[in-house]
Design a protein around this ligand. Sequence first.
Ligand code: ATP
Length: 513
Amino acid sequence: MAQEDVFKKIVSHCKEYGFVFPSSEIYDGLAAVYDYGQMGVELKNNIKKYWWDSMVRLHENIVGLDSSIFMHPTIWKASGHVDAFNDPLIDNKDSKKRYRADVLVEDQIAKYEDKIEKEIAKAAKKFGDTFDEAKYRETNPRVIEHVAKHDALVERYKKAMNSNDLNELREIIVDEEIVCPISGTRNWTDVRQFNLMFSTEMGSTADGAMKIYLRPETAQGIFVNYLNVQKTSRMKIPFGIAQIGKAFRNEIVARQFIFRMREFEQMEMQFFVRPGTEMEWFKKWKETRMKWHQNLGFGADHYRFHDHEKLAHYANAATDIEYKMPFGFKEVEGIHSRTDFDLSQHEKFSGKSIKYFDPELNASYTPYDIETSIGVDRMFLSILFASYKEETLENGESRVMLKIPAALAPVKLAVLPLIKKDGLPEKAQEIMNTMRFHFNCQYDEKDSIGKRYRRQDAIGTPYCVTIDHQTLEDNAVTLRNRDTMEQERINIDNLLSIIEDKVSMTSLLKNLI
Ligand code: ATP
């Protein structure tokens, strides 16, 4: 299936089965804002639990926090967001479409990478076992040419971004002959900076009202509570604070479903360390976070690290964990070594000391910080991409299935009476009433059993039990496995012990330690 089709299919699947709806749909929607339906909210909650438990439960030195969305406006001055939380935008004069100038250039860099990879793959196929990739890279004229163009562009781009040179950014777009995908022309405006923060007013009178911002990241709520948490939890460095919450960005380009939203949710953890040890911890958190992703079993080749060409004003190292979406490898999580920038800035702007006294060193210092920051919505999207399957069955019928890891699946067990009479619904309700205390179950008595299985496959339910007339006599049910479609007859008394372990979060978490 073409990758573009996969994307379209998933968007409509999400709507049809209650995962994601466009926001305010009956009013024709609101750009880049989405609502999570009855299935989506369950999957989202399970993703958050997987992250939260992996951070807060599995690490004795990480605690949680839930700070407000509204914060004192000076916080955003101190953090640099008022002055520098900008994206460079450019318009195409013919199509009137707006683009992020940096994204246009990064896409061009990716095109060169793609060309190189394709040459290598072609040669590897041609030469088979005797293929020497390193040698081919060194000697093949086409690869050499692509690599040279790629490296020169990366260098030029890095320089332009680091010096905030908007004219040079435009020149790069012109020199690389980048065209607007809609109009196909190179008729570009100048590049301008655009601040991504939403603002509103707090207070009732016009005179006394204060301009405040909707937070564009949850991180600052952690920094300004650093002292409160450290003192009341008596945490010793190194330690971390984790938080899940909404963030808001007035994104310039917002046309990739829940990949880029104006209101989204982040799961962020700030890990405070001794100055000088931050690179060691950066490396450790890179590994830990990659393991968390790969633990879902979608295949290691679906993920890669992408080190930043341009470091943010606060960072001395940064990488992204990218997932292979149908529209290319894209960032799902950022891991940043933020130095002591944020705590020092808040110390400066608030006039309060945020130093840590290290009893082992007998010295005070401002801790350095490693951040892991992942978007719940992008994670959600990557899980859908990875788990969406269309299968043709032996009998010629087809099924659409979401092969979501059982622990994350919105519904764990569907309870299905074969028919709607003869006491079968009552028996099924008895099972519901035992199982619902352990995990999310769904009762369904409508349509043929085949149709009901298909509906459960489409929402990713790992197990179904069918109650038939025989059940009333021998207390046994048919347990059906989503992935293998195998059915086995089991006693109701064993049902819980057979599935509980497989669908529990513990099954995922225990591989992480
Ligand atoms: P991008 O370069 O794609 O705009 P970013 O580097 O600005 O992302 P961060 O500031 O590092 O993103 O935010 C951390 C995480 O929050 C991202 O990895 C992503 O998963 C998520 N995120 C950021 N912006 C959005 C958005 N507009 N919609 C959905 N998720 C987002």
